[in-house]
Design a protein around this ligand. Structure first.
Ligand code: ZN
Length: 422
């Protein structure tokens, strides 16, 4: 069947200003329909209550190419009781420890240094700096999560980060040699206020590192389920460099990481800093993005077509399994599963239940679909024919842990980048 070439979708309603440059944004990157907030896990008592769905309509700014989603819900409502405790993933802890060792070596951090982490979660990362004698401060808005960090002995300020928080800390003489933000930049509604705050926190020769999912990988690896309401912005290297420059910082190095399906670790410092020479990686990655078309708005158009094909393949597989009387369970209850399941229209009739190692999620339900979340032992007890790995970025770790499903001929299903059965 011949496919029709459709003109670029243009929103009929009034455009909103770009989160970074203020230009009117009206071009669609991808429209994933409606979905509930993905980090709100209903308890049994919540099941008879209404649930609010918000549009997942992602747009791209034609001027600065920042890919962005409207902020439909206040950050306080989204992150006030955040269920994600970083310490529950072994590979994530290892990643954090390696990061700390690397920063200590590269920037000679010691007991006279000061490291500040923005959105420090339960202290999963700062604990390694503390163990190595580097003084730290965590800043974390979710009180229940910050409490866990404080119990571990990690100084943590319960507060949303922005210029005001940064100015208050700077006034107390608490600027840092290293400021870090891992997987937080995407979740910031007031991007300019946040980035300006990061600059304020830096000592004159201080270093900022930010890790965030890389838009280029989201597109070329088809990771559409990493789009959810908590992620307001999606960054290319091109756009990141522009944002840093607008706030008086320069990006002097970048690393590509395998975390979250392909992330960047960007190193920045104050523009006037003389200590940090710009590495060739920065130019190389920008050239790769330009080669992939991200330097022009037309380069953002093909993604939506690829995503639709992925949906068809997954739904087709699950319907066939259901008709053949095969049992299907999920593994994991990551935030991104809400996008995948809602966009694909998959409910309890196709995935009976899922399991998760986090005690917080056990006994609760996935948002919207109300697929129940159990302790991982449930898989041994029920011996499903298929286990759909929802956090596909951890598939190797999970398949190793779940090798026992082979005893009853169980198989793994990984939906992204394209449907694969192992
Ligand atoms: Zn813009």
């Amino acid at each position: 069947m011949a496919t029709m070439t459709l003109p670029p979708q243009v929103r009929q309603t009034a455009s909103k200003p770009c989160r970074f440059c203020g230009h009117g944004v009206k071009r669609t990157f991808i429209d994933l329909g409606m979905s509930p907030l993905c980090e709100t896990y209903p308890s049994p008592a919540d099941l008879n209550r209404a649930e609010v769905y918000y549009p997942l309509h992602v747009q791209v700014c034609e001027k600065c190419f920042l890919v962005q989603l409207d902020e439909y819900e206040s950050p306080e409502n989204i992150f006030g009781e955040y269920a994600y405790f970083s310490s529950y993933s072994h590979s994530w802890l290892k990643h954090a420890e390696q990061y700390c060792d690397k920063m200590i070596r590269r920037f000679n951090l010691g007991d006279q240094s000061f490291a500040v982490e923005v959105a420090s979660n339960d202290g999963y990362l700062l604990q390694y700096f503390l163990q190595r004698g580097v003084p730290v401060l965590g800043i974390e808005p979710a009180a229940n999560v910050a409490e866990v960090a404080v119990e571990k002995g990690i100084p943590t300020l319960v507060r949303f980060f922005g210029t005001q928080a940064a100015k208050d800390l700077a006034a107390e003489g608490r600027c840092a040699d290293l400021v870090l933000g891992n997987n937080v930049l995407a979740q910031v509604p007031d991007l300019n206020d946040f980035v300006e705050g990061l600059k304020i926190m830096l000592k004159p020769e201080g270093v900022l590192t930010l890790e965030f999912p890389h838009l280029l990988r989201l597109i070329d690896r088809n990771e559409f389920d990493t789009i959810y309401h908590e992620h307001f912005s999606y960054f290319s290297m091109l756009t990141t460099v522009r944002i840093m420059e607008a706030h008086g910082m320069k990006v002097f190095d970048v690393e590509e990481l395998s975390t979250h399906g392909g992330s960047l670790r960007v190193y920045a410092c104050r523009t006037e800093s003389q200590t940090h020479d710009t590495q060739p990686n920065v130019r190389r990655l920008i050239a790769e993005e330009e080669g992939a078309g991200l330097g022009a708005v037309e380069g953002y158009e093909s993604f939506a077509r690829k995503v639709k094909q992925t949906k068809f393949a997954l739904v087709d597989f699950l319907l066939t399994a259901a008709q053949e009387g095969k049992s299907v369970a999920g593994y994991g209850a990551p935030g991104k599963s809400a996008t995948l399941l809602h966009y694909c229209g998959i409910g309890k009739d196709l995935i009976e239940y899922t399991v998760d190692r986090s005690p917080y999620k056990q006994g609760r339900f996935l948002p919207g679909t109300h697929i129940p979340i159990y302790h991982p032992d449930r898989i041994r007890e029920t011996e499903p024919n298929y286990v759909v790995i929802l956090p596909w970025n951890l598939k190797d770790e999970i398949m190793e842990q779940l090798q026992f499903i082979r005893k009853w001929g169980g198989r793994f299903v990984v939906p992204i980048p394209e449907l694969a059965i192992y």
